[in-house]
Write a protein that binds this ligand. Structure first.
Ligand SMILES: [Fe+2]
Length: 192
C-alpha cells in the first residue's frame, strides 16, 4: 500500500481492506463500507486535500484500485450547479459520500419492463439533500442523478469494480430514450 499524505486516507484504505476480507453478506457488507466512508468524509485534512483538485465534467479521479478485492476509490469534483445525467452503474455497487459542498440526490424507479429497446419510463421516487458528510448506497441498476447545489462539491466513491470495462445505462427524461453506450467517466490517476 502506498504512503498517503492524508493519514485518514491511509486508515480508510486499511479499514476497507480489512472489511472486504471478512466476506459479509451483501447488505451488511455495503452498510459497513458506508460507515467507513462516513469517517473519511468527516476528516478535515481530507477535505483540505480535495481543494487541490480541479473541477471537470466527465472526469473521475482514480484515487485507489485494490488488486486483491478489486474495489475502486474515486473522486468526483463538481462545478457549481452541476447537473449529472440520469444513469445507473449497471451491475456494480457504489457507496457515494459528499466530502465537501452540498449536493442533491435524485433516485428513479423504472416503470417499464425493458421490453422496448432504447426506451425507458422512469418515475422520480426520492429527492434528498446530500450535505457534506452525507453518504449514500447506490445498488446495482438503480437510475439516479446527483446535482451540485450552487457551489463546488467533491464526492468520494467506493465502487465494487473499477469503471470503464462495462456499459452503464443513461436515461433521457424528456424523450424517454435510453442507451447503454456509456462506459463511465474518464479516469485520471491522482495521488492523495
Ligand atoms: Fe452515479
Amino acid at each position: 500500500m502506498p504512503n498517503y499524505s492524508v493519514p485518514a486516507f491511509t486508515a480508510f484504505i486499511k479499514n476497507l481492506r480489512t472489511h472486504f476480507s471478512k466476506e459479509y453478506q451483501e447488505t451488511k457488507h455495503w452498510e459497513g463500507v458506508r460507515r467507513i466512508l462516513q469517517t473519511l468524509c468527516a476528516d478535515e485534512a481530507m477535505r483540505a486535500k480535495s481543494r487541490e483538485w480541479i473541477a471537470k465534467r466527465g472526469v473521475e479521479l482514480e484515487l485507489y484500485h485494490d488488486s486483491d478485492y478489486k474495489f475502486f476509490v474515486g473522486a468526483l469534483i463538481r462545478e457549481p450547479q452541476h447537473r449529472a445525467n440520469v444513469h445507473d452503474h449497471a451491475h456494480t455497487w457504489t457507496i457515494y459520500g459528499v466530502l465537501e459542498g452540498k449536493e442533491q440526490t435524485h433516485v428513479y424507479e423504472r416503470l417499464d419492463d425493458g421490453g422496448t429497446v432504447g426506451k425507458a419510463e422512469l418515475k422520480l421516487v426520492a429527492k434528498s439533500a446530500a450535505p457534506s458528510g452525507h453518504v449514500d448506497i447506490v445498488p446495482p441498476w438503480v437510475p439516479h442523478s446527483e446535482w451540485g447545489m450552487g457551489e463546488r462539491s467533491v464526492a468520494i466513491t467506493v465502487r465494487s469494480q473499477r469503471p470503464g470495462d462495462y456499459a452503464q445505462n443513461r436515461f433521457n427524461l424528456k424523450t424517454g430514450e435510453t442507451n447503454n453506450s456509456h462506459r463511465g467517466l474518464k479516469l485520471i490517476p491522482t495521488t492523495v
